[in-house]
Each structure stands twice: as structure tokens, then as C-alpha cells.
Design a protein around this ligand. Structure first.
Ligand code: T3D
Length: 264
């Protein structure tokens, strides 16, 4: 597939997906969402890829749905079916990201609004530039947070703040987002890419299978009782204990050297 609205590169075990419609603040269009889905599937299917980095080109991370696409459809007689849009385009992208066994690092380089904000929240480790903002812009146009927003927000910041963000659509600074636990870290703008690429490279050299099991355990915990979670930990730890990387990790510790994880 040719990518016209994103950039997708693989280097040193890290796949980097850059949203690339900078003149439109990287707002999502149908082709762009299809390209994202294709690239995520390519990253998933490539055994050389051991971490994914997601970022945006230009001054924004992503402004959510391109509202220009919505002015040409819909009228009182034939309103647009946004449920269909979510079902066929947005939800598969969010599910792809959440379903990736690889660690997913996000570098929020500027404003992240609407589905763009929630795309970032779907990632595993989110860095944001100090100048970035998170805007649950949906209510400004009469919509509800989608792309997992109603799932991620209350879990990350609690119901009170989730409702505040969703109902007011007030911009949340990167600094405040980090203080609230919405993201991993707020960093100075000129440090963002260095920090994010550095961590992605570090993770790409890590115990990839073990990382996949960590992700599964943490993600399942949101719907489990303690008993269920303890059972899951038992099963996943059994699997982790059978990896080559576990053997290598223990050997490296005993030999006082840096482990050479191969990801299996
Ligand atoms: O529809 C479905 O399929 C359902 C799914 C919905 C998912 C959603 O994401 S709904 C929410 C859609 N997004 C928004 O409502 C956000 C709209 N944008 C903004 O609120 C602001 O632009 C920002 C807060 C993101 C940034 O503000 P600011 O002041 O930094 O920039 P700006 O001047 O507003 O925008 C700069 C340009 O980008 C401007 O174009 P121009 O005038 O220079 O030609 C603006 O129109 C354009 N732009 C920004 N966001 C969008 C956009 N164009 C199309 N769609 C956008 N979402």
C-alpha cells in the first residue's frame, strides 16, 4: 500500500508511524485511517519489529476526525451514520493498537483533539511535549468521546475528571495530564523525540514476549476480580518462565552482565 497521509518506517526494531497531514493538524480522513490500519498490521506481522512509536508531523499530534469530510455528507433527510464510521474505521485502529503485543510509545508533539487525543491514550507509554494539549473536543460538535475515550479516561483519571474533560471539552495541558496520571511524562518540546525514540529503542531491545505478557496482564486487570487476576498471573508467569529471554535475564544477572534479549 502507498502511504500518502502517514509515514511508516522501520529501523533498528522500531516501527515509527507518523500521522502526516500537517496542514490539517493531522486530522483523520478515511484514507488516513485505512493507512494507519494497514501500517499497524504490517508492524504486527513483521518479526523484526519489537516496538512501535506513534507521533505526528508538524505542530499538532492529531485534531481528530477531519470535519471537512463531514460537511459534504448528511442532511436532515440523511444524517451521517457515525456509528458505521466508528465500526469500520476508528474502532479497528484502536483495537489494533491495543491488540499489539509490542510496546507502543506515543510522542504527542502538539495538540491532540477528539479521536486524536484518545488515539494517544490507547498507547502504552505516552510522552507529551510541554506545549501539547489534550482536548476532548467532541462535545463542541455535539458528539461523545469515542476511540476508547469513555473507556480510557475514567480508568486513567477517575470519573470526576473524565466527566469534566468530556463535558467542558476544556484543553488539558501536557503538564496537567502528567500530574493527573493521564500520560507517562511531560517533557520539554526539544526533548520529546529524543526521549520517545530513546525509550522505543530501549524497549525494542527488551524481552518482547515478556512485554506482551505484561500488557495482557495489565489490560485484563480492568475487567477482572482479584481471583481472576491471580489466576491469569499464574498462567502468564508460567509462559514468561518458559521464554529464552527469562533464561537470558537470569543468566545475565548471575554473570553480572547486560542481558542480550532476543524477544523470544
Ligand atoms: O465523524 C466521525 O466519523 C465520528 C468520529 C469522530 C471523531 C472525532 O475526532 S470528532 C472531533 C473532531 N475534532 C474536533 O472537533 C477538533 C477541531 N479542531 C479544533 O478544535 C482546533 O483546531 C484544535 C483545538 C485542534 C487546534 O486549535 P488551533 O487554534 O491550534 O488551530 P486552528 O486554527 O483551530 O486549526 C488550524 C487549521 O486546522 C485550521 O484550518 P485553516 O483555517 O488554517 O485552513 C482548521 O480548520 C484546521 N483543523 C483543525 N482541526 C480540524 C481542522 N480541519 C478539519 N478537521 C479538523 N478536525
Amino acid at each position: 500500500m502507498t502511504y500518502d497521509n502517514i509515514r511508516f518506517e522501520i529501523d533498528g526494531g522500531v516501527a515509527t508511524l507518523t500521522l502526516h497531514r500537517p496542514d490539517k493538524l493531522n486530522a483523520f480522513t478515511v484514507p488516513m485511517l485505512e493507512e494507519c490500519r494497514h501500517a499497524l498490521s504490517a508492524a504486527d506481522g513483521d518479526p523484526s519489529v519489537r516496538a512501535l512509536l506513534l507521533t505526528g508531523a508538524g505542530r499538532a499530534f492529531c485534531a481528530g476526525q477531519d470535519l471537512g469530510e463531514r460537511t459534504v455528507i448528511g442532511s436532515e433527510d440523511a444524517p451521517p451514520d457515525l456509528g458505521q464510521s466508528l465500526e469500520s474505521r476508528y474502532n479497528p485502529v484502536i483495537k489494533s493498537i491495543r491488540g499489539l503485543r509490542l510496546p507502543v510509545v506515543c510522542a504527542v508533539n502538539g495538540v491532540a483533539a477528539g479521536a486524536g487525543a484518545n488515539l494517544a491514550l490507547a498507547c502504552d507509554i505516552v510522552f507529551a511535549a510541554r506545549s501539547a494539549q489534550f482536548v476532548q473536543a467532541f462535545a463542541r460538535v455535539g458528539l461523545i468521546p469515542d476511540s476508547g475515550g469513555t473507556f480510557f479516561l475514567p480508568r486513567l483519571v477517575g470519573t470526576a475528571r473524565a466527566l469534566g474533560l468530556a463535558l467542558t471539552a476544556a484543553p488539558l495541558s501536557a503538564e496537567q495530564a502528567a500530574e493527573w496520571g493521564l500520560i507517562w511524562e511531560c517533557v520539554d518540546d526539544d526533548q520529546l523525540m529524543e526521549k520517545a525514540t530513546g525509550l522505543a529503542a530501549e524497549l525494542a531491545a527488551g524481552p518482547t514476549e515478556g512485554f506482551a505478557l505484561i500488557k495482557e496482564a495489565i489490560n485484563q486487570s480492568t475487567v477482572h476480580t482479584l481471583d481472576q487476576q491471580l489466576d491469569l498471573e499464574r498462567d502468564l508467569q508460567r509462559a514468561a518462565g518458559r521464554t529464552q529471554d527469562y533464561r537470558e535475564g537470569v543468566a545475565a544477572f548471575m554473570e553480572k552482565r547486560t542481558p542480550d534479549f532476543r524477544g523470544n
